[in-house]
Design a protein around this ligand. Sequence first.
Ligand SMILES: C[S@@+](CC[C@H](N)C(=O)[O-])C[C@H]1O[C@@H](n2cnc3c(N)ncnc32)[C@H](O)[C@@H]1O
Length: 400
Amino acid sequence: MSSPDFEQFLTTIRTAFDAKTLQRLVLSKYQGDEVSLERISIRPVQIKDEYLLSFLYEYKTNHITKNVNLTEAIAFIQSNLGGDFKNAHLITDDWEIQLSFSKKGKVLVNKHRNKSTPNTQKAKPEKDLQHNQERNRFVEQGRPYLKELGITDAQGNVIPSMSRKWKQINKFIEVLSAAIKNTGIAQRDKVHIADFGSGKAYLTFAVHDYLNDQLGVTTQVTGVELRQNLVDLCNQTASKLCLSDIHFEQGDVKHFAAQNINVMIALHACDTATDYAIHMGIRTGAEIIMCSPCCHKQIRPQLKSPSLLAPVLQHGIHLGQEAEMITDGLRALLLEAHGYDTQVFEFISLEHTSKNKMILAQKRKQPKDSAEILQQISAIKSFYGIQEHCLEKLLQESAA
Ligand SMILES: C[S@@+](CC[C@H](N)C(=O)[O-])C[C@H]1O[C@@H](n2cnc3c(N)ncnc32)[C@H](O)[C@@H]1O
């Protein structure tokens, strides 16, 4: 297909791609031979050092992503738009252009300024994609799994009642992406991820999508969950999305035997399930361990605080906070002592969830003497009269 309007359209795509102002291009009104293909959504992606275009082929029952360079993308559009696809909708920071083809092959153009791009963004044409993503969100609202999990509606808008989950997913991917950069695991041929206590698997699907589709890393994800109904539901979702490298198993983290995990995730796994998950991560040499602990029942009854603090600790809430701090503080120290640089921080503000603490551990590249940390652990335990910390016991048992 060639006409001055069509050539101009292709030039606008090239210019916007080079200036990093291209937001999205959708090829629709498909009339080709593939029975269930509905449309192709195209967006720029940064994969390692390459700036590419990601083609999301949206079929009735599944989606397939292909990442190509600009030359390949233009060649595809040139040979298919006006033929198999009768409509294109291009959105850049500056323009919105609708291109349609009549039955007789006549090109109709509807072009107007993109009023929804903030002026601050337009004033910075040199911005790069990663900055753009940081300013906006780490997860794109149009990703198919979000719709399937009920986070977004058919138009890709976040469903108001799911906005907390949406914020949590974004924050989680933001934290994970920094750890992936630090550890360099995106350079691997394949990355194995285990999510312990995967529940409804919002984050499990998000991690898979981020690594597999956004970073282009072949990713195998296993979700482990106690409740069979959730396992079945999540496996059905994976199969609807045609994701063969994500699966869910019914099981208790405490008895699950995992191997060769690169990223261990346990978000809000109850009580000592977090200790078992961390232990599994350490034992299998995971490069990244991410957990957001939930309920701290083991340490609380063991705590013996100095009598001076009795007036403060007479309030149950303070006892709970103390138990939480000591349980997680010891977890972080144990991770440090076993080869991990560890941070404990607010994962997402309390306004969005009460379970808001994240322990992030990244495997150290150089070994470090752990004698001092082990002494600190022992001193804290004796100060509080703690007889047993689940993670410490598991680590001691596996060392023996
Ligand atoms: C609060 S939900 C969190 C789900 C998910 N990780 C998230 O953050 O959205 C905790 C999940 O962990 C599961 N769970 C608790 N203890 C477990 C254990 N020992 N082994 C496997 N799953 C467990 C529960 O059934 C529940 O679905």
